[in-house]
Design a protein around this ligand. Structure first.
Ligand code: PLP
Length: 292
């Protein structure tokens, strides 16, 4: 089967075998397809070297444990799989997508009793780092209510809430959304959100209301290294609306400034000084990682 806009010849891993993406098949009774009963993670690699792989694999294991899927894969097996797929792809900067579902069973909401093997799928795609325009001009966002469930800390493939959130951004002609639950900031559709007020960097605390990005700890480290005061605490809609700077982080978008929110400029409407410092520190971290 030919799928548009992807490399159908790229090599993917499915349940112990390597195949062409265009030839990989799963059952229509896979619980990932039927119920969204599965989890995933996305490991970025620069110059063929996975970045913060430990963090990503630890999160993958936490997500599996949270929904009680047991896979016969130790940490070294995941590492070997990620490295092997990158090597086979021949790509330098790339994204390794890993998905595990509860497997194939007769359709019944309850977990299958036993003997069902989880489906393990892994693919690699090229990663284009954010372009100069986004980095230097910033991106635009709109505020929306967070209508998702209360286990956002699990990196679940049940992403309908995030899909609808991202489409709200597209429909509004902007790049991203800021989600609010009870008037408090949670996160973007597929990124964490950071706010600067009076020179201090703020982020919603780690909780079940957000997915803790692997960049969450990284930004904490970079803030500490560069002398930026950081506090994780609940952030109100009013504080976001009057923020000096807002930024987003994710594996694919790294760190980007949000320079317009709900049609109004954020601060001066230009990427701010805290962003510039963190951006430079992020780039240095990646450069060191590529050379290590
Ligand atoms: N929050 C959500 C809902 C996400 O989907 C993502 C990434 O896909 C993030 C935050 C950022 O996580 P990471 O920094 O690990 O990419």
């Amino acid at each position: 089967m030919m799928i548009a806009d992807v490399d159908n010849d790229s090599i993917v891993y499915l349940n112990g075998e390597y195949r062409r993406l265009g030839d990989a098949r799963i059952s229509v009774l896979d619980r990932g397809f039927i119920f969204g009963d599965g989890i995933y993670d996305v490991v970025p690699a620069y110059s063929g070297r996975p970045f913060r792989m430990d963090g990503h694999l630890a999160r993958l294991e936490r997500s599996l444990a949270a929904i009680r899927i047991q896979v016969d894969m130790a940490r070294q097996d995941w590492e070997a799989l990620v490295l092997d797929l990158i090597r086979r792809s021949g790509l330098g900067d790339c994204m390794v997508y890993i998905q595990v579902t509860r497997g194939v069973a007769r359709r019944d909401h309850a977990f299958p009793s036993s003997g069902v093997t989880p489906t393990v799928f892994c693919m690699v795609s090229p990663f284009e780092r954010p372009d100069a325009h986004c980095r230097e001009q910033g991106v635009r966002a709109v505020s929306i209510p967070d209508l998702r469930w209360l286990h956002c800390e699990i990196k679940s493939v049940s992403l309908l809430g995030n899909v609808l959130a991202k489409q709200a951004a597209v429909d509004a002609g902007v790049d991203e959304v800021l989600q609010f639950r009870d008037d408090m900031l949670t996160e973007g559709s597929s990124c964490n959100i950071w706010v600067v007020r009076d020179g201090r960097l703020l982020a919603p605390p780690r909780s079940n209301l957000i997915l803790e990005g692997i960049r969450y700890s990284l930004i904490e480290e970079l803030a500490s290294q560069t002398g930026i005061d950081f506090q994780a605490r609940p952030i109100s809609r009013a504080e976001v609306a009057s923020a000096d700077e807002i930024m987003l982080t994710s594996a694919t978008r790294e760190i980007l400034p949000i320079t317009e929110l709900d049609g109004k400029p954020v601060g001066t409407g230009r990427p701010g000084p805290v962003y510039q410092v963190l951006r430079a520190a992020y780039d240095e971290t990646i450069a060191r990682h590529e050379q290590a």
